[in-house]
Design a protein around this ligand. Structure first.
Ligand SMILES: Nc1nc2c(ncn2[C@@H]2O[C@H](COP(=O)(O)OP(=O)(O)OP(=O)(O)O)[C@@H](O)[C@H]2O)c(=O)[nH]1
Length: 344
């Protein structure tokens, strides 16, 4: 049998939406701006599986010069405990230095304890009599509320304070602060409070592939991109992993053809519509969910290289320059239209 060769590149998807910046993202961001003066530390959450693509330039503007901890959430979905995972984390830490960086799984007691200890040390250092106030920010569905709940449970043994969910946009408003560390006079620790915020999406996604990555990790609603397209992009990544084809071997032989895989899934799991027609959309969503739960491979979608962050930042500058030019052109056109209308 011929050796299976995975696709080297994913076909360009010209028709994909490249924006998902919603009303509550904009209002959440402007509310955050007004609150910053009463905040001591920012925890910025990013998704472990998209360390570059989940960087939001809006937060860079908002948080520049602020005391910031970067937390890469959902580590359990992208880390297999290999040496290469450790190397990747070292590179990411270097990107953010001197800001501290942590990697978490919200169900890992050790990971949550590390975050809690960080906040306690900051509280001792700041020694704010009114307590230390921490704002948690990040892209939609990155796991901000889950982190808050886990910290609250570990820190003050209190149950869930924030709603969480598998789709983005569960948190719509900045809620009141939640205590995660009690005041401890003996140890000289003032109380620590967290404030959860609504996820804020990037204002403009640079390319279709970045949109596919953000959709795959659940930052945009599943109704925005056709499930078969999204699943095809996942298949592209699965096939690139060592032994990736084994992840779907019960449904199909090694393939680059998404329909072939989905039809195999439909047959095996009974996802058939009227007249036995395979329900490929349902099969695609099922595979995507399995990957999001860590049952279809654990891997990172972005290439992590030492100069990766610097290249991404240059890209953002280029986009903002081209957007500024576009805006200027539109303004000139509007002015000349108005002038023309005034002369007739
Ligand atoms: N596997 C895994 N899942 C996580 C982790 N953290 C959060 N999740 C899941 O990710 C989904 C989104 O979590 P939320 O805490 O609601 O995310 P959010 O950032 O508050 O979302 P928005 O309301 O859109 O701002 C939920 O299904 C969580 O169970 C993690 O560390 N590992």
């Amino acid at each position: 049998m011929a050796q299976f060769i995975p696709r080297a590149v994913f076909p360009t998807q010209l028709s994909l939406p490249r924006s998902y910046f919603l009303g509550h993202h904009a209002s959440g961001l402007s509310k955050m701006k007004t609150m910053l003066s009463s905040i001591d530390i920012i925890i910025e959450c990013r998704d472990y599986r998209v360390p570059l693509t989940s960087r939001n330039p809006l937060f860079e503007q908002l948080l520049s010069g602020r005391n910031r901890l970067v937390i890469y959430t959902k580590r359990d979905l992208g880390n297999q405990g290999h040496f290469s995972d450790r190397q990747r984390e070292d590179i990411i830490r270097d990107w953010h230095a001197p800001n501290p960086t942590l990697f978490t799984d919200h169900k890992s007691k050790q990971d949550i304890k590390t975050v809690l200890n960080f906040t306690k040390n900051e509280a001792i250092h700041l020694n704010n009599l009114l307590g230390t106030r921490i704002l948690v920010v990040g892209m939609p569905n990155v796991g901000k509320s889950s982190l808050l709940n886990a910290l609250r449970m570990a820190g003050v043994k209190k149950a869930k304070a924030a709603f969480t969910g598998a789709q983005p946009g569960i948190t719509r408003k900045i809620a009141s602060s939640v205590k995660i560390v009690e005041k401890d006079e003996e140890k000289g620790i003032e109380a620590v409070y967290l404030l959860d915020t609504p996820g804020v999406f990037v204002p403009f996604v640079p390319d279709a592939e970045a949109m596919l990555k953000l959709a795959l990790v659940g930052s945009v609603k599943d109704t925005i991109i056709a499930p078969v397209t999204l699943c095809d992009y996942l298949l592209f990544h699965i096939n690139k992993q060592p032994g990736g084809q084994d992840l779907y071997k019960e449904y199909c032989h090694p393939t680059n053809n998404i329909i072939e895989l989905l039809e195999g899934v439909c047959r095996k799991t009974g996802r058939l519509g009227k007249g036995g027609v395979p329900d490929t959309d349902a099969a695609a969503l099922w595979i995507i969910q399995r990957w999001r739960q860590g049952n279809m491979g654990k891997f990172v979608l972005d290439e992590v290289e030492e100069d990766g962050l610097a290249r991404k930042m240059n890209e953002e500058v280029a986009i903002s320059v081209s957007q500024a030019r576009k805006q200027k052109k539109q303004e000139q056109m509007a002015r000349s239209k108005a002038k023309h209308a005034a002369t007739i």
